[in-house]
Design a protein around this ligand. Structure first.
Ligand code: COA
Length: 272
C-alpha cells in the first residue's frame, strides 16, 4: 500500500491542479479494460487506468450484498428509485466502485469518502490521494474507471435512432452538426454514437453538465480517430483532453476522455 501511495504522490506532484507541461506528460496511458467478474487489480499503476466493464445482469456480487456496502445516504437514494432497473444500476455501480476504491485506499468500502461537485459528479473527498474515477451505465452494462488523471467515461448501447439529424442539431455543436451533415448517410449511426459518447466523456471528465454540449467540438467522423478539436468554455478547459473509444461485443459504444497525456490506448482483456 505504501508504495502504491508513494508512486501516486510522486506522480501527482508534477500533475497537481493540472499544471503538468507537455514535457511532463506520459506519452501514452493504457486503459486496462476488464470484464466482470475478474478480480480487481491489486495495484493501480500510474500509467494506466483500470476500467471494469460490468454485466449488470450478472454482477460479480449480488445487489443485496452490494447494497450493504453503501452509506445510509446512498441506501436512501437507492430506495427512492421507482424503477427497479435504475435502482440496480445505481446499487451495483456504486457498490463495486466502493469495493474498488476501498481496495486501492486499503479501507473498508463503506468508509471511502465520496462527495459531490456542484454538477453532481462524485469525487473522492478531502485529502485523499489524487485518485480520479468515473462511472457510466447503459442498458445492461456499466463501467467503473479509476486512475490518476481526470477522466470521464460513457457507454451507450448502439441502437437505431429515429431523427438522428434532428438529435445532432439539438445536442451537438454547430461545427459538429455541419461535419455530421457532410457524412454519407450509412455513417450516421456510428457518427452519432461516436459524437454522443465522446461528448459525454469530456463533459464527465471536466465535471461539467450537458449545459456545455455546444461549447466544444469533437471529431464526429468515425473514419478518423476521436479527438477534441476545440474548447470554447473555461469550464471545459484542461491541459489537454485525449479521447479513445471501444465497441463491445454486445454492441455498446464506449468512450474515455483523459486529461494530461499524449495518447490513450485501450487494452481490452478477455472477450469484451
Ligand atoms: C449526468 C451526466 C453527466 C451523464 O448522464 P448519463 O449519460 O445519463 O449517465 P452515465 O450513466 O453515463 O453516468 C452517470 C454517472 O456519472 C456520474 N456523474 C453524475 N454527474 C456527473 C457529472 N456532472 N460529471 C461526471 N460524472 C457525473 C455518476 O457516478 C453517475 O452515476 P451514479 O448516479 O450511479 O453514481 C449528464 O451528462 C447527463 O445528464 N446527460 C444526459 C444525456 C444526454 O442528453 N446526452 C446528450 C449527449 S449528445
Amino acid at each position: 500500500m505504501t508504495s502504491r501511495i508513494a508512486t501516486l504522490q510522486a506522480f501527482s506532484k508534477a500533475n497537481r491542479h493540472g499544471l503538468a507541461t507537455p514535457a511532463d506528460r506520459p506519452p501514452a496511458l493504457t486503459v486496462r479494460l476488464q470484464a466482470s467478474p475478474r478480480h480487481f487489480a491489486s495495484i493501480l499503476d500510474a500509467h494506466e487506468i483500470f476500467a471494469w466493464l460490468i454485466n449488470l445482469e450478472a454482477p460479480p456480487e449480488s445487489s443485496e450484498r452490494l447494497f450493504g456496502l453503501l452509506t445510509t445516504d446512498e441506501q436512501s437514494r437507492a430506495l427512492r428509485y421507482k424503477i427497479a432497473k435504475a435502482r440496480e444500476q445505481f446499487v451495483i455501480g456504486r457498490g463495486l466502485l466502493r469495493r474498488l476504491l476501498g481496495e486501492y485506499l486499503a479501507q473498508e468500502p463503506q468508509t471511502v469518502p465520496l462527495c459531490y461537485l456542484p454538477s453532481g459528479k462524485p469525487v473522492l473527498a478531502g485529502n485523499s490521494p489524487p485518485i480520479h474515477f468515473n462511472v457510466t451505465h447503459t442498458d445492461g452494462w456499466a463501467i467503473v474507471a479509476v486512475g490518476y488523471h481526470r477522466l470521464g467515461v460513457d457507454i451507450e448501447r448502439v441502437r437505431p435512432v429515429t431523427d438522428v439529424v434532428g438529435l445532432v442539431s439539438r445536442y451537438f455543436s454547430h461545427i459538429e452538426a455541419e461535419d455530421f451533415r457532410r457524412l454519407p448517410e450509412p455513417y450516421h449511426t456510428a457518427a452519432f454514437f461516436r459524437g454522443w459518447t465522446c461528448k459525454e466523456a469530456v463533459i464527465k471528465a471536466a465535471g461539467a453538465t450537458v449545459a456545455y454540449l455546444a461549447d466544444f467540438d469533437v471529431e464526429v467522423n468515425p473514419q478518423f480517430p476521436p479527438c477534441v478539436k476545440a474548447v470554447r468554455d473555461p469550464v471545459l478547459a484542461s491541459t489537454g483532453w485525449v479521447l479513445a473509444e471501444w465497441r463491445t461485443s454486445a454492441n455498446a459504444a464506449v468512450a474515455f476522455a483523459v486529461e494530461g497525456v499524449e495518447q490513450l490506448v485501450i487494452q481490452p482483456e478477455g472477450n469484451l
